[in-house]
Design a binder for this molecule. Structure first.
Ligand SMILES: Cc1ncc(COP(=O)(O)O)c(C=O)c1O
Length: 395
């Protein structure tokens, strides 16, 4: 498989470090359109980058070839299975893959597969809120597994064991974790897998953020750790975070357990139609090594942005910032005597910055704001200039 050649540094800068408030204001994207001009949006996990040229070329080629008719999705599923074998350590084939309309529908699918109304699903608190919504919408009950900032947001397996009852059927795992920014250790993943095996639970692992890993950490796919874990696990990935292509609305689920996959396909049939032919045509370059250079350049850029955030936060009193191990979402806690929602409102009015209140992600998000840091150095510095001035007034 040919590895794409890395463009010059100036080209990469122009792709990932170009954003200014003025320029982004005219872009057709919800991130910058939700609030009045001049507000810097930090609320949604969408990067302020251009789309990689190779992805655009694949899309243009697909339009030129008129790939707009009915077609099967075998080619895309084969490319996904090949990537999973190479990068995730699961011996998957195209038959083990279900293409979905982004990652989100897989949460609902997992509950439909594993639970009856009244059954219980383990979710962490805090957690990306669509996991909660999938539980609420299906007549099942959430069991909240607390994660504590004071403990470095570690996943305490003893606490997980205490939660499980005979009605518990499913565990939702998000690794790397949104919004806590943790990359789970092998020990934590094994702990979860063992609890699932002991209690006969299904696991859904959302690995959408697998490429966004800081320092010398390693992303580990839970299902790759043992055949017993693999048998009860469905793992899901997508493209939206690494490549900034949420609009393609494409995700993929892998389950090598044949009965599980058959049941998932049967639930999905007639309801979930997979991704469009155009999205599928762009999948290959994002799955093979054509864009290895993009993934590497992205992490170099994000390390620089994280360093700015850490330095600037350290200069502001009354803010505690969990170490960002993975994702481009920071989750600082502000000790300013305001709730998350009050602070979100205050910073919107006073600083023209749009964060997301931490309570969106569960009760343990109180006092926190979530911020997407995938932008340019110029914008991130402007964010901190505004934040400092606004918080100063509260002291
Ligand atoms: C952990 C996680 N899962 C799923 C999604 C949704 O992804 P998609 O838009 O590709 O469905 C997000 C988006 O931020 C996310 O952070």
């Amino acid at each position: 498989m040919a590895e794409g050649s890395r463009p010059k540094a100036s080209v990469i800068e122009a792709l990932m470090n170009f954003a200014t408030v003025e320029e982004m204001a005219s872009k057709p994207r919800i991130k910058w359109k939700r609030d009045p001009k001049g507000v810097i949006p930090l609320w949604i996990a969408d990067p302020d980058f251009h789309v990689a040229p190779e992805i655009k070329e694949a899309l243009i080629k697909a339009v030129e070839e008129e790939r707009l008719f009915y077609d099967d999705d075998v080619e895309a599923r084969e490319a996904m299975a090949e990537k999973i074998r190479r990068r995730n350590g699961i011996e998957a084939t195209a038959d083990d893959i279900l293409i979905t309309q982004g990652v989100l529908p897989t949460f609902w699918l997992a509950v439909q597969y594993a639970c009856k109304p009244g059954d219980e699903v383990v979710v962490t608190d805090p957690m990306y809120y669509p996991f909660y919504r999938a539980v609420e919408m299906t007549g099942t009950k959430p069991l909240y597994w607390p994660l504590e900032m004071e403990e470095g947001y570690r996943f305490d397996i003893e606490r997980l064991k205490e939660l499980i009852t005979p009605r518990t059927k499913l565990i939702f795992v998000c690794n790397p974790h949104n919004p806590c920014g943790r990359v789970m250790t092998e020990e934590e993943l094994r702990g979860i897998g063992e609890v699932a095996v002991d209690h006969g639970l299904t696991i859904l692992v959302d690995e959408l953020w697998e490429d966004i890993i800081f320092d010398d950490r390693r992303h580990i796919t839970l299902a790759s750790l043992s055949p017993e874990f693999e048998e009860r696990t469905m793992t899901v990935w997508g493209f939206s975070k690494t490549y900034g292509v949420a609009g393609l609305q494409m995700g993929y689920l892998c389950a090598t357990n044949k009965e599980m996959m058959e049941e998932l396909r049967s639930i999905a049939q007639g309801l979930l139609r997979g991704a469009s032919t155009l999205s599928r045509a762009a999948a290959k370059v994002m799955l093979d090594d054509t864009l290895k250079w993009w993934r590497e350049a992205l992490m170099e850029h994000l390390h620089r942005i994280r360093a700015i955030c850490e330095k600037r936060f350290a200069e502001i009193p009354g803010v505690e910032v969990p170490k960002l191990e993975g994702t481009y979402l920071m989750f600082p806690r502000f000790n300013y005597g305001m709730s998350s929602e009050e602070l979100e409102e205050y910073l919107l009015k006073e600083a023209r910055l749009r964060f997301t209140a931490g309570t969106h992600f569960g009760s343990r998000g109180e006092g926190h704001l979530r911020m997407c840091i995938a932008t340019s150095e110029a914008i991130i510095n402007e964010v901190f200039d505004r934040l400092e001035r606004a918080l100063e007034k509260l002291r």
